[in-house]
Structures are given as C-alpha cells and as structure tokens.
Design a protein around this ligand. Sequence first.
Ligand code: CTP
Length: 412
Amino acid sequence: MLTGKRILLVIGGGIAAYKALDLIRRLRERGASVRGVMTGAAAHFVTPLSVASLSGQGVHQELFSLTDEAEMGHIELSRDADLVVVAPATANLLAKMANGIADDLASTLLLATDKKALVAPAMNLRMWLHPATQRNVARLREDGVLFAGPNDGSMACGEYGPGRMSEPLEIVAAIETALQSETQIPLAGAARSRGPLSGRRVVITSGPTHEPIDPVRYIANRSSGRQGHSIADAARDAGADVVLISGPVAIPDPAGLAVVHVETAQQMLAAVEAAMPADIFISAAAVADWRIANAQTEKIKKTGSSLPTLTMAENPDILARIGKSSARPRLVIGFAAETEKVVAHAQEKLGRKGCDLIVANDVSPASGVMGGDENTVHLVTPAGVESWPKMSKAEVGRKLVERFGKMLEARL
Ligand code: CTP
C-alpha cells in the first residue's frame, strides 16, 4: 500500500504517455497522492485536463507560470514529494537528467529535487540502444537514479525490441520497493559536517593497477573502479574526510575529496601508507598480484624467432600489510573478487589479511560485475555471511558505508 505517499509524476512526451494516466489511477487506488508535471511534448500525447482529472490536482507545465509560482514555487514543488517518478522517461529527458540540464519545468524539478527519482524509460529501440542513451543511463544509475524497465516488446512504431515502457502495475511495484528505503538525497556539502562519519578519516583504494612490461606495455585487469569510487562518494556524503587512492580508471574523480592517482601496486602501497593513520581502510582496488620482475626500460623489440620471457614477482599485499600493521585502522575492510566458491574463498581471506569484513563478489564473466553498473555482494565476517540482493554499485556503496559507520560506532 502507498497510503499517504506523495508522488511527483513527470510525464514526458512519448506515445507511452497514455499509460501514465493508468499509472495515476493505480497509484491513487493504493492511497498515494499524485501531482502531475507535463513536458511541452507530453501535452501532444495526453491532455493536461486528463492528468488533472485523474490526479485530482492541478497540473504543472510552465517554469515561469505566474499563477503556479504564486501558489507553489518550483523549488517547493520539487521537494513536496516522497518520490519523483518519470513516466514515460524519453531519451531527451534522460539526457537532460544525466547532464544536469534544466531548461523547462520538468527538467528543473528533476535537478532541484531532494528526493530520489525513479524513471520508466520509453523510446524506440534504436534510441534506447544508442551509445549516447546507454551512457546517460549508466551515469544516472551511478547517480542513484532508479529504473523501472524498459521492457522488450512491440512498439508503436512497428519495431520489436527493448524500449517499451513498463506496464503501470510494474511501475507501481518499483515505486513500492523504492519507498521501502530512504528517498531523501543528502546534500553533499551540508551533510559533511553532521553525517554519521563526520570527523572520521577514511582511506579507500579503487580500480586496477597497471604493472609495466616496458615503457609502452603493461599487465592490467578489468576493474573499472566504479564500486570503489561509489564507496568514496558515499563516505564523503556521510561526512567523512576521504582519501581515494585510485589506479588508472576511465571514470571521473569524485568531487569533494582527496584523490591520489597511482599506477602500480607498489605505488598504491606507498600512497596508502602515506595516507595513514585512518579510522577506516577500505581495500576495494583490484591490485595486481604480480608485477613483471624483468620490466624493461626501453620498448621490447621483436627479435626474429625468440619470444620475450616475462618473469613475475609477487606484489606486496596492501590489505594484509594494513590489516596487520601496528597502526591498524579501527576498521579494515577487504574485497574478494572471485569466480568460484565466492564465500569460502572470502572466509579464508578474512583471517589471512587481518580484516574485519570482506565484501565478496562474483566477478566471473557471466556475472557482468567487472566493468558493469550492478553488483551482488556477500558480507563475510567472523560471525557469518550476509548476502545482499543485486543493486546498483552506487546503492551498494551507500549501504556499505552505512554498515561501516555502525561497525565503527560499536568499536569506539
Ligand atoms: N589486495 C591487496 N593487495 C594485493 C592483492 C589484493 O590489497 N596485492 C586486496 C584487494 O584490494 C582486496 C583483497 O586483497 O581487498 C582480496 O583481493 P583478491 O584479488 O580477491 O585476493 P588475492 O589476495 O589476490 O587472492 P587470489 O587472487 O588468490 O584470490
């Protein structure tokens, strides 16, 4: 049931807008109140009168409407809800959201709101599959935007594939799930002074390491740094003083925290040691286990028939060093990237590396975790194993930081 819940429904301009009318009915049947906002294009597909009649409230369309602004300013409108739902979310609306563009009422509300947004994309399959849309979707997921669909199916344009908007009842189910968690988005700057980790220093490693073979070649792994970086984001939002030590990644540095860029495992170890002491150390990097002992200072050339021989040397285990050091942070968190026997291997690493908790995840190619946007994790402690459902890496980051905050509190 959604009794008493307030939904701000942004209706985009697509043929699926007609389903938004049914969505309003379904939400109201369950006790929610719905305030409708329509983009200019949406009014070509459904009328403001239908939205107003079904929602039982006025419909908002104009950013600079004198009458609307006098009744309720757009900032207030953006905050006066428990959840913002965008249905249909067109390619254009997703692009604006991903890039922070606010050029009409709907996009301005989406930027100004302090509540989570849940979007139900609807568009032609080529638009959905276009790299630009997929880039925007990935960025929105990182930002914590929730998605309902799209589904595969036949489209109004006659094609078949992904891009069909979820059915109203599927969107209702996604809304119910979203409302079971906190939907208020903390304000990064303001939260810093009063968050649960305020005054705490958190050091996090993230991304892969590159181990040189010669000046132009290196050995690497598929880590994208997304999970580690989103933990850094969440720790900053929880008020911590964060140092993120990142291997080479293609994602931007998070704002509002110190980032140290390194390439090799040895450099990462030096940076971690320099960043100590800390209250929490989180070792999320996929550190290369080996480096090339006979790395060359000049590019290795082809020499007829003989192939170059690479000799490996074991890299320092950064996590084990910190976990067993005399200046051990109060909380030491490791990760275990496994392709089989995920929990069993993590349990073994827990003791061997001296950590308090291991976040174990399955990184076999079929899981899509390495480089992907989602993660399924198991929290392994000496007390047992807790398995979490699949979530976006941003959500995993927030929930992990919440847990680490509680663990730290219990140890003070
Ligand atoms: N780790 C580290 N330094 C290394 C290797 C790993 O700090 N040289 C850390 C990782 O950041 C992670 C944890 O150890 O938190 C486990 O990493 P993983 O690669 O799963 O384990 P390994 O110790 O490398 O064991 P194996 O590769 O045999 O599974």
